[in-house]
Design a protein around this ligand. Structure first.
Ligand SMILES: *[C@@H]1O[C@H](CO)[C@@H](O)[C@H](O)[C@H]1NC(C)=O
Ligand SMILES: *[C@@H]1O[C@H](CO)[C@@H](O)[C@H](O)[C@H]1NC(C)=O
Ligand SMILES: *[C@@H]1O[C@H](CO)[C@@H](O)[C@H](O)[C@H]1NC(C)=O
Length: 226
């Protein structure tokens, strides 16, 4: 009897391990279609976000930004014209290097002004924490690095931020031109739909339902083997 119980426990545990708990909101095509169907009932809301991008240049320890292409004149151009880089910079709650990571800013920057050092930015903020975990905001804009504030457009998003629009404001906190280590403060204000949270809660409920299902499965296992 004890042996059978042990076997059923092993079977049960292997089922538990094979069932992955779903995080975040449902991103299947059906869920997206349903989301659009109920768009008329959803309320728009404004969300403000504040974080810091920490870039480590390609010569540093654990680089997060690499130049990938340049033009014939990039090295002699006073504005480094035509230099393209790919970034995957951690987003942190504070300017200190040891502050908590809340996401990753992944994308492309290109020096695209002959008259000043200005970047074309096209990147995604991928959030990895809390209620925004797995959701993204897509940012596209012009980033003249010597200006105190640079305003860029939030052109869309995914997950909690579906159909988001807004403004991202960048401000350089520290910059080392030799190492290309840069800390940039971002204030982001977006308009998006509040209904997504309901979906998020439903998803969590499904997670709870799954636990109940597992509990009843365990009881059935015990019944079968006793
Ligand atoms: C970061 O390091 C400083 C000292 O270097 C310390 O005072 C602070 O508590 C640390 N912060 C975190 C979030 O670990
Ligand atoms: C974010 O979601 C991923 C998978 O979607 C999960 O592995 C991770 O633990 C979550 N992180 C937090 C902080 O909730
Ligand atoms: C800037 O980076 C260079 C190269 O890594 C380093 O030697 C220098 O100390 C840094 N400057 C500051 C102010 O941190």
């Amino acid at each position: 009897m004890g042996k059978l119980c042990l076997i059923s426990l092993v079977v049960f545990l292997s089922i538990v391990i094979s069932m992955r708990v779903v995080h975040g909101i449902d991103e299947s095509p059906e869920a997206v279609e349903n989301w659009f169907k109920t768009l008329g009932n959803k309320k728009q809301k404004v969300t403000k976000l504040h974080f810091f991008l920490h870039q480590t240049g390609s010569t540093g320890l654990n680089p997060t930004a690499y130049p990938v292409a340049n033009s014939d004149i990039s090295s002699t151009s006073p504005t480094l014209f035509g230099l393209v880089s790919i970034i995957d910079n951690p987003m942190k709650v504070g300017p200190e290097s040891n502050s908590t990571i809340v996401g990753r800013a992944q994308g492309l920057t290109a020096t695209s002004s002959l008259e000043e050092i200005s970047l074309l930015m096209t990147m995604n903020f991928l959030f990895t924490n809390g209620k925004y975990n797995g959701s993204t905001l897509s940012v596209h804009g012009r980033n003249p690095l010597t200006n105190r504030y640079r305003e860029m457009a939030v052109v869309g998003g995914s997950g909690v931020f579906r159909l988001a629009t807004g403004i991202a404001t960048a401000q350089t906190i520290s910059l080392n031109a030799t190492s290309d280590d840069i800390v940039t403060q971002y204030h982001v204000v977006v308009i998006h739909y509040a209904g997504n949270y309901v979906e998020l809660k439903q998803k969590q409920m499904q997670g709870q339902g799954r636990i109940q299902l597992l509990a009843s499965m365990w009881l059935n296992f015990k019944k079968i083997f006793q």
